[in-house]
Design a protein around this ligand. Structure first.
Ligand code: THU
Length: 130
């Protein structure tokens, strides 16, 4: 399997999902081929939960990766209907990654690929803030 999908699947194992028990992993590929992963991190207040995709992106930016220097993102969950990113994550993916491929995968190895634009048509972004 593609190393990026393997990384998302492996990151899922670190999920802190004690409230929903819904474990998610994400893996972001940089333009030069490195991989930065994340998992969902929940909280007793529920609302402070952070999705796997946002954890991966925030880790990358915080470590000094430049915005819009990412090639692909993969998302892994254990669902038959592959789990797409939530609305908030779509907006964050758009902000930091632009129109990259978003690859969904499950534990059975099923995959489905979208683009960020497929999942967030007519996106709001900085091009409107003139
Ligand atoms: N979750 C993600 O990590 N990514 C998504 O795009 C969908 C939802 C997490 C948040 C929460 O910990 C759990 O899945 C159930 O919503």
């Amino acid at each position: 399997m593609d190393a990026l999908l393997i990384a998302a699947t492996k990151a899922r194992e670190n999920a802190y999902a004690k409230y929903s028990n819904f474990r998610v992993g994400a893996a972001l590929e940089t333009d030069d081929g490195r991989i930065i992963s994340g998992c969902n991190v929940e909280n007793a207040t529920y609302g402070l939960t952070i999705c796997a995709e946002r954890v991966a992106i925030v880790k990358a930016i915080s470590d000094g990766e430049q915005p819009r220097t990412f090639r692909r993102i993969a998302i892994c969950a254990d669902t038959g209907r592959l789990t797409p990113p939530c609305g908030a994550c779509r907006q964050i993916i758009w902000e930091f990654c632009g129109d990259i491929p978003i690859i969904l995968v499950n534990l059975a190895g099923m995959t489905k690929e979208y683009t960020a634009r497929d999942l967030l048509p007519e996106a709001f972004d900085d091009s409107l803030l003139t």
